[in-house]
Design a protein around this ligand. Structure first.
Ligand code: ASP
Length: 471
């Protein structure tokens, strides 16, 4: 018989239905056994009575989380037994046939609850069980709806999604790289991208004009509470644009997304507030201020764009200039300033230079950022020089980009949103781990699959690697 989703059972009143799923719980009422059966679409009550003797005897064995299949008649429940909490609450299936497909050991924690009372270590160790809880299912469904919406929205504006490599070369985005040793070229390493920054700019040189990607980024940072070593960005790049084109695109996308899938949420102000970096610092002592009117209201969304950042910051510890965003960010020209004059100012007065950079802030979190880019090779070289790169390292690390810019480059810019963080806020979750199927702990471990792990001697030899043990 054809499998019905549990939500479809509603249309089968008085008829026979065949459903599959997990035993959510079993209640023995002497002569009658009730089982709540769960699939990804919901829960339905099964009734086993001694009228169907063999099936009834088997049902006595059932325990939570066993996988079963049943066939039975869909009956209306007596008025007093209707359960308004579940969508199939007015029905039950009187089981005539039961198949036990896969028994389950005793589950290490409750699945029927939201799971907030359970230690996170235990939840992550048994993540595949944790994912069965309705809250986690809803989070993943909403995540999928969000990325689907974004893909359609951007496609309707002429963007295409392009995949860029994960095995690549280091990009300077301010964090440490994860590296992957090359077997075919011993002693050389790929780096996992901290973001597809250079590739997306090269796609602009490649004439793609409107690019986006829902993409994994990798940053090897020391454990910092809510960070993940790999996280997902919505990455965007487009050509022939002003800052406002990008901000307008993003704010409209977020507004439409929220109206469609998160209708309980109220956006405090639309269009979003534009706040100068200096104002943010002087008024709120933060470049990501929480602008909610009522901070206890979990449904308020206070977005802001922070704009007009300085291009460089002085790192006192290291006694050097660093890029506030990244070195590809476009400086703002003063009125009438020529390119040679700007390059001189980079050398002589870097602190005076403002950037075409913007951050997106939501309820006190930085949820994204981006910039217009430098597309003049000599300007990019001047920035790299100020940041302390020698001509050789510039050539070695960024030669491809400088060369590409010699072949006809449109002015371009882009942005990246931290999707995990956006979802965390929209779903009222306290951590991004709640919106990622298989997250890592704060110190970068996967407790379920047990990564990172040692590799065997043979693999090490193939890679010509030796492990230096700490004393
Ligand atoms: N690549 C930048 C980042 O990951 C975003 C951008 O400038 O588009 O923060």
């Amino acid at each position: 018989m054809k499998r019905l989703w549990i939500e479809e059972v509603l249309q089968y009143k008085g008829k026979e239905a065949h459903v599959l799923g997990w035993v959510a719980n079993r209640r023995d009422h002497g002569k009658i056994i009730f089982v709540d059966l769960r699939d990804k679409t919901g829960v339905v009550q099964l009734v086993f009575t001694p009228n169907h003797k063999e099936v009834y005897a088997q049902a006595e064995k059932l325990r939570s989380e066993w996988v079963i299949g049943v066939t039975g008649i869909v009956n209306s429940r007596p008025e007093a037994m209707i359960n308004p909490k579940i969508s199939t609450g007015e029905l039950e299936i009187e089981v005539t046939d039961l198949e036990i497909i896969s028994p389950a050991k005793i589950i290490p924690f409750e699945i029927e609850t939201e799971g907030r009372e359970i230690s996170e270590e235990l939840r992550l160790k048994y993540r595949y069980l944790d994912l069965r809880r309705s809250r986690m299912q809803q989070n993943l469904i909403n995540r999928f709806k969000t990325t689907s919406f974004i893909r359609n929205y951007l496609a309707s504006y002429g963007f295409i999604e392009v995949e860029t490599p994960y095995l690549t070369k280091s990009t300077p985005e301010g964090a440490r790289d994860f590296v992957v040793p090359s077997r075919l070229d011993p002693g050389r390493f790929y780096a996992l991208p901290q973001s597809p920054q250079q590739y997306k700019q090269l796609l602009m040189v490649g004439g793609i004009e409107r690019y986006f990607q829902v993409v994994r980024c990798f940053r090897d940072e020391d454990s910092r509470g809510d960070r993940q070593p790999e996280f997902t960005q919505l990455d965007i790049e487009m050509d022939f644009i002003e800052e406002e084109d990008i901000l307008g695109l993003i704010e409209k996308m977020l507004k439409e997304l929220i109206e469609k899938f998160f209708p309980n949420k109220k956006i405090t102000q639309y269009p979003f507030i534009r706040l100068n970096y200096n104002e943010a610092i002087s008024q709120y002592c933060s470049d990501r201020p929480d602008l909610r009117q009522n901070k206890n209201d979990s449904d308020e969304l206070a977005f802001a764009f922070v704009v007009n950042f300085p291009l460089f910051e002085w790192k006192e510890g290291e006694k050097r200039w660093d890029a506030v965003h990244h070195p590809f960010t476009r400086p703002q020209f003063l009125p009438q300033e020529t390119l040679p004059e700007l390059i001189t100012r980079i050398k002589q007065a870097p602190h005076t230079i403002m950037a075409h950079q913007y951050d997106v802030v939501l309820n006190g979190y930085e949820i994204g950022g981006g910039s217009l880019r430098i597309s003049e090779p000599e300007l990019l070289e001047a920035v790299f020089e100020l940041l302390g790169h020698s001509p050789e390292t510039i050539n070695q690390q960024f030669g491809h980009l400088l060369e590409a810019f010699d072949f006809g480059v449109p002015p371009h810019g882009g942005i990246a949103l931290g999707l995990d963080r956006v979802l965390m806020i929209l779903l009222n979750e306290p951590s991004i781990r709640e919106v990622i199927a298989f997250p890592k702990t704060g110190d970068g471990r996967d407790l379920m699959i047990k990564a990172p792990a040692e590799i065997d001697e043979k693999q090490l030899r193939e890679l010509r690697l030796k492990i230096i043990k700490d004393n």
